[in-house]
Design a protein around this ligand. Structure first.
Ligand code: SF4
Length: 228
């Protein structure tokens, strides 16, 4: 800290967190890029902080080797139950890096992380739209669980809530549904999640999620929690 900084309540910028602990998992902050600007995203209100971790990578996206090295160090300090690709940004914007990390775990090249370590992807489900192909088969055997932030059964409401960037606005909702359907067929676990609120028709949401083969998870808005 610079001289006098304390007197002026100066806060030194914290080092960006590439991995961070939350509940029983180790979360991986792979990118800040995102094809949506969800109305419920707290990254701006919380100034890129997530419960004490600075998730602002400032463009310096980590390599898979870097991620795995950090995960191994965390494991040595205290084992965790799952490796979760999440962060402030859409992990599938870095599909190759995401799959490379998961492959290192599942092939035993990330020991002492066990091959059986659960690997989860938290996503807005737009990967097939962004990459112009069905990417779910590429995840088979590498990703154990996908949690897709679907949020509604209504296409117009999806646009209002998710605010996708232009290239993905017209086809996005159908592509997210396709992604969930594929994931529910090919991966061990597919969950469709929605942020609770008066605008959510939870019966219709549940019906759609189940039709797509996914489990359902309703979660409270993060803004209702105490920001740090
Ligand atoms: S997908 Fe995640 S990071 Fe992207 S805008 Fe939505 S909540 Fe924020």
């Amino acid at each position: 800290m610079e001289a006098g900084a304390e007197r002026f309540n100066y806060m030194e910028p914290t080092t960006p967190s590439i991995v961070y602990r939350y509940h029983k998992g180790l979360y991986v902050n792979l990118t800040n890029r995102c094809p949506t600007a969800c109305v419920f995203c707290v990254k701006n209100a919380w100034k890129m902080d997530y419960r004490g971790s600075n998730l602002n990578l400032a463009g310096a996206e980590p390599s898979p080797a870097e991620v795995i090295a950090l995960a191994k160090a965390e494991w040595a300090a205290a084992p965790f139950e799952e490796l979760v690709f999440c962060g402030y940004g859409e992990p599938t914007m870095r599909l190759e890096a995401l799959l490379a990390c998961a492959r290192m775990v599942k092939t035993g090249r990330a020991e002492p992380l066990p091959r059986t370590l659960r690997v989860r992807l938290n996503t807005n489900g737009l990967a097939n739209a962004v990459w112009g192909r069905n990417v779910v088969p590429e995840m088979k055997g590498l990703i154990d669980s996908v949690h897709v932030s679907l949020n509604t059964a209504d296409p117009a409401q999806w646009l209002e809530l998710m605010r996708p960037l232009d290239p993905w606005a017209s086809t996005g909702f159908e592509k997210v549904k396709e992604f969930i359907r594929e994931a529910s067929m090919l991966l061990p676990e597919a969950v469709a999640s929605a942020v609770e609120g008066p605008a959510l028709d939870s019966a219709k949401f549940r019906e759609l999620a189940e039709k797509l083969g996914a489990e359902v998870r309703l979660r409270p808005r993060l803004e209702s929690e105490e920001p740090r």
